[in-house]
Write a protein that binds this ligand. Structure first.
Ligand code: NDP
Length: 498
């Protein structure tokens, strides 16, 4: 940590983590930094609370989670203001973020029993004398490690599902947004005051590392791919399972029959909401040749109208001061390698703000195309046709989300994107649909939050067989006779031999 107060950079003072506004430098929150022993104690307390939380059953947990959801809905303005002050995000963006989190809590609470609860599964002719039973039991304690860019949506996307599944949760929020993380656990404690079911530990990366090594039963990590590798390495020591929601470099494809006004609107939103600091944000656009020029004009017209500044604007400050250098490097790399800035450019970088920037004809090997930029910037490249667009979109090791605009071919193009999610004629919308799983592939991670897959991610699969009748073809016993085996062979030939 530095002695010079850089707005937005967290400070450590007298054992406390102090988060500051990236716009003004004003203090946003002050939380005690956890030692490794504190982390262990938090996990031990969460483990002790497990029995009580599991004992509430799906019905009891549903009631509590729905009450928590109601609290968030009632206090949405208060939480949005905190997110705004601590991370710099415009209040309207914070509201949208919290709305999606509320929806996820609601869905997880209402659907946990149906998805995870005990059920009978069909048996087949082989072992027909047994019934099959399946349920998803809680892992125990889940450690949730979250990033700063969506400090409500991302931890809630894991925690609400983990809690609904019967786990207790210890959250390590980003050092840039600890007060928002603490707000979440404090509000939860108002509706679940009896036991420390959902708590937080604060600090820098070493606190996250301590959580990985604390004996938790699963880690749900959301953050950069580089940190994900460290998390996996730490968890490998104890075979702790991990869920990885990593970074992305999502592409949008604009086909020749797209509604260009709608595509431009969604492109600007998808690329520049939250100042472009969105894992599933649109960073690369591939537009087919016949509509390329018209599409770029529309994007530039819309993006140039966005307002930038601390209050009441479309684009707020860059949350993490060091990210400004990454954004500047990407813009300069694009321009110096033959790309053109048709809006903004290097001069758009005015810390802590970056003004909307649209780059065209950027070489595909440029950092602006290959690395996560996390700024209000878009690259738009011309492609011959949708096939070339898909090939370019799929050329990176990231595979988080993506978007396609078009009519006839759009759905099939979306299906060909090597990504965990895609939206057709919109951007980012899959994140808010609680019935759909959220997650990526390749360097964007593995495992899923949200939806049925997201609930199952936080349940240990338990499969049970139960005898219903005597075995007609006894095979799994030393009591079987040669005649039993011969009959088994005959039966298998009849059943499967043709
Ligand atoms: P980081 O990877 O820097 O940090 C994520 C979290 O990990 C933070 O809480 C951080 O703590 C913690 N951490 C740091 N080092 C370690 C360690 N060694 N062991 C355990 N935990 C550690 O990501 P950012 O916070 O910068 O978030 C931005 C990234 O998150 C982007 O790449 C973005 O794409 C990705 N992201 C992915 C999403 C998805 O769903 N796929 C959603 C949102 C963001 P500290 O902050 O104290 O360093």
């Amino acid at each position: 940590m530095t002695a010079v107060r850089v707005p937005g950079l967290p400070i450590i003072e007298a054992g406390q983590l102090v988060s500051t506004s990236p716009a003004t430098g004003a203090e946003a929150g002050r939380l005690p930094i956890a030692t490794a022993a504190d982390v262990q104690q938090a996990v031990d307390r969460a483990r002790a609370a497990s029995e009580w939380w599991v004992g509430l059953g799906f019905t009891g947990r549903r009631q509590r989670l729905l009450r928590w959801r109601a609290l968030l809905a009632q206090r949405i303005e208060q939480l949005a203001e905190l997110v705004h002050v601590e991370g710099g995000k415009p209040v309207a963006d914070a509201i949208v973020e919290i709305v999606t989190a509320i929806e996820h809590i609601d869905w997880a609470a209402r659907n946990a029993r149906r998805v995870l609860g005990p059920r009978r599964v069909r048996s087949r002719l082989i072992l027909a004398e047994f019934s099959g039973h399946l349920e998803y039991q809680p892992h125990g304690v889940v450690g949730v490690i979250g990033p700063w860019n969506y400090p409500v949506f991302t931890p809630v996307g894991s925690a609400a599902y983990a809690l609904a599944a019967g786990n207790t949760v210890v959250l390590k929020p980003s050092e840039y947004t600890p007060a928002t993380g603490q707000w979440l656990v404090d509000s939860f404690a108002e509706v679940v005051g009896e036991q420390p079911v959902f708590t937080a530990v604060h600090g820098l990366g070493d606190v996250g590392a301590a959580l990985c090594r604390s004996g938790v039963d699963k880690i749900a990590f959301t953050g950069s791919t580089a940190t994900a590798r460290k998390v996996m390495a730490a968890c490998a020591e104890s075979l702790t399972p991990v869920l990885i929601e990593g970074g992305g470099k999502d592409a949008m494809i604009v086909d020749s029959d797209a509604n260009l006004d709608a595509a431009a609107e969604a492109c600007v939103w998808g690329g520049m909401t939250n100042a472009g600091q969105t894992c599933i944000g649109i960073e690369r656009v591939y537009a087919v040749d016949p509509i390329f020029d018209a599409f770029v004009d529309k994007v530039v017209a819309k993006a140039s109208r966005l307002t930038v500044g601390p209050e009441g604007t479309d684009i707020g400050p860059i949350t993490m001061p060091s990210q400004v250098d990454v954004i500047r490097r990407h813009i300069e790399a694009a321009v110096s390698s033959g790309g053109r800035a048709v809006l903004g450019g290097p001069s758009a970088v005015q810390p802590p703000y970056v003004h909307p920037t649209v780059l065209v004809d950027v070489p595909e090997d440029s950092a602006a195309i290959r690395e996560e930029t996390f700024g209000p910037t878009l690259t738009i490249n011309r492609v011959r046709d949708a096939d070339e667009a898909v090939a370019r979109a799929n050329a990176l090791s990231y595979g988080l989300g993506g978007s396609v605009f078009g009519r006839r071919r759009a759905v099939s193009i979306a299906g060909r994107l090597r990504s965990g999610m895609a939206s057709v004629n919109s951007t980012l919308t899959f994140a808010g649909m609680s019935t759909l799983p959220f997650g990526g592939t390749g360097d964007s991670g593995f495992g899923r939050i949200h939806g049925e897959d997201g609930l199952r991610e936080f349940g240990r699969t338990k499969a049970t067989t139960r005898r219903r009748a005597r075995s007609l073809l006894p095979s799994m016993t030393f009591e079987r006779t040669p005649a039993d085996v011969a009959r088994l062979v005959k039966a298998i030939k009849v059943l499967y031999g043709r």
